[in-house]
Design a protein around this ligand. Structure first.
Ligand SMILES: Cc1ncc(COP(=O)(O)O)c(C=O)c1O
Length: 479
């Protein structure tokens, strides 16, 4: 089975403009439906796709952009907020650059690659907290409090930089985390790239704005904002905000696309007026689709009962476990696209991730349920197959730090086939994706446990990303 893909990106994109194409994927404006709601359609229709406003500098300092950032801070209950125009990636890098050589930062092993890249920029050292799997799902549940306590207690750890919610919509156990921070006095930072919408509804995942010093949100993923449009928030007195702002100046382009900035400012205006209503529509749509899928006995939806106590699932994210015969999530994703013209956000071997927005109609959602029923229909339901490979990798905890990511990055390197990397220090970071779990990180030694983990992941058919020079099977190592 394969998705009905065109010969080129242009062909694929043209197909998306066809009448019945339906996306349950990022960006959150859903093929422009959300942009119309925030009032951007006139600019787009007039072809004003790349605009350059007069008085650019003044707008950031005292004009409308500065006002929109202040309004955003008010909406998000932050002390200060910054628009980002190179994604949450750039906010994460800027936060990481608050640290330096001799510092350690505790991060989850399933963190986004930008967190690792931040260590290359800063010279600090990672202390990895290992997540658990959600039961026998491939989805990583968040890190439990005992594991955070262990890593927070390691020498030189200045901050915990957590991930909540994850790509699978799984949130941290906030009460456990904040208790650790209150006792240790360390900084708490958060990659909230997937949770920009959760603040619209009083943080139903328990996110504690009084404990977190800075967090980043990819507004473009779940809100009516153009791709890359994101924001970074700071709270409390403990962070050097001027340094953070300086880091952003170092990292961001001096030529942003002002249509993107306009979409951020328009979204702030819209959220100020109708944010709560938008969230209610999102949650209502997600609940409706959950109920429709409940009748399909070949699909099981990830919920709190699959997670350790204290963790919740983002109501707007549906992780649909496929229990139909031997069909994988990836096959279902391809079939949905090919036969039903419906795009999912992501799929792994076992499940399909759907992101519900406030812009779908009930009819759209019934179409998704019908599409899934058609794709999985006729097959006998099967028990969820456990994923021994990932479970054993998490148990083995491959990767032992040898030098810092920056030292490894700056060293002379060579490329070798991964089986020949034993005993060598990795420059590449290799990640099982999805769920985005690093097997070896820049600066770690490729010992037998790492090689065994790569072998197990490959044999289990899991995708490995991060090969050197995009050549599958090759890894860059310190020469
Ligand atoms: C968990 C997580 N953090 C950060 C990012 C980076 O966000 P952006 O694409 O806005 O740069 C992503 C991107 O997919 C992500 O999945």
């Amino acid at each position: 089975m394969s998705g009905r893909r065109g010969k080129s990106i242009a062909e694929d994109l043209r197909r998306q403009t066809a009448g019945d194409f339906l996306s349950l994927a990022t960006p959150g404006h859903r093929l422009g439906r959300g942009l119309a709601a925030v009032g951007l359609e006139e600019l787009v229709a007039a072809g004003r796709l790349d605009i350059s406003p007069p008085d650019e500098g003044r707008r950031w300092q005292e004009g409308d952009f500065a006002a929109a950032e202040r309004k955003l801070a008010g909406l998000c209950r932050a002390g200060r907020s910054f628009f980002l125009y190179n994604g949450s990636t750039v906010g994460i890098l800027a936060m990481q650059m608050l640290f330096g050589e001799g510092d350690a930062v505790a991060v989850p092993r399933h963190c986004h690659q930008s967190v690792i890249h931040g260590f290359v920029l800063s010279g600090a050292r990672p202390e990895f907290a290992w997540p658990r799997l959600a039961g026998d799902w491939l989805a990583t549940a968040a890190v439990d409090a005992a594991e955070w306590r262990r890593v927070a207690g390691q020498p030189d750890v200045r901050a915990i930089f957590c991930l909540s919610p994850s790509y699978y919509g799984v949130g941290e156990n906030w009460s456990g985390l904040t208790e650790i921070i209150r006792q240790s006095g360390q900084l708490l930072l958060c990659d909230r790239a997937h949770g920009a919408h959760l603040g619209l509804a009083s943080d139903i995942d328990g996110f504690d704005r009084t404990a977190v010093s800075a967090w980043v949100e990819s507004a473009h993923k779940t809100l009516p904002v153009l791709s890359q449009g994101s924001w970074l928030h700071c709270a409390g007195q403990r962070l050097d905000i001027d340094r953070l702002a300086g880091n952003l100046r170092i990292l961001q382009s001096t030529s942003p696309n002002y249509l993107l900035i306009t979409s951020l400012a328009s979204a702030v205006d819209y959220l100020g007026r109708r944010g709560k209503e938008l969230y209610r529509r999102m949650a209502g749509n997600a609940e409706y689709l959950r109920r429709l899928l409940h009748n399909n006995n070949q699909i099981e939806i990830l919920s709190e009962r699959h997670l350790p106590a204290g963790h919740v699932v983002d109501p707007a994210r549906l992780v649909a476990g496929i229990r139909a015969g031997r069909l994988s999530g990836r096959q279902v994703e391809a079939e949905l696209l090919a036969n039903c013209n419906i795009q999912a956000e992501m799929a792994d071997d076992q499940s399909l991730v759907l992101i519900v927005s406030g812009w779908e109609s009930k009819g759209d959602l019934r179409r998704v349920a019908r599409g899934l029923a058609a794709v999985t229909g006729g097959l006998a339901p099967a028990a969820s197959s456990a994923r021994p490979a990932l479970a054993s990798i998490i148990k083995a905890r491959p990767g032992r730090p040898d030098i810092t990511p920056r030292q490894a990055w700056q060293a002379r390197r060579r490329l070798v086939p991964w089986r020949q990397a034993v005993g060598l220090i990795a420059v590449s970071t290799l990640t099982v994706y999805p769920p985005g779990l690093a097997l070896v990180v820049t600066g770690e030694r490729c010992d037998d446990v790492v090689l065994q983990a790569i072998a197990e992941a490959s044999e289990a058919g899991l995708q490995i990303r991060g090969w050197a020079d995009r050549q599958p099977g090759m890894i860059a190592v310190v020469a």
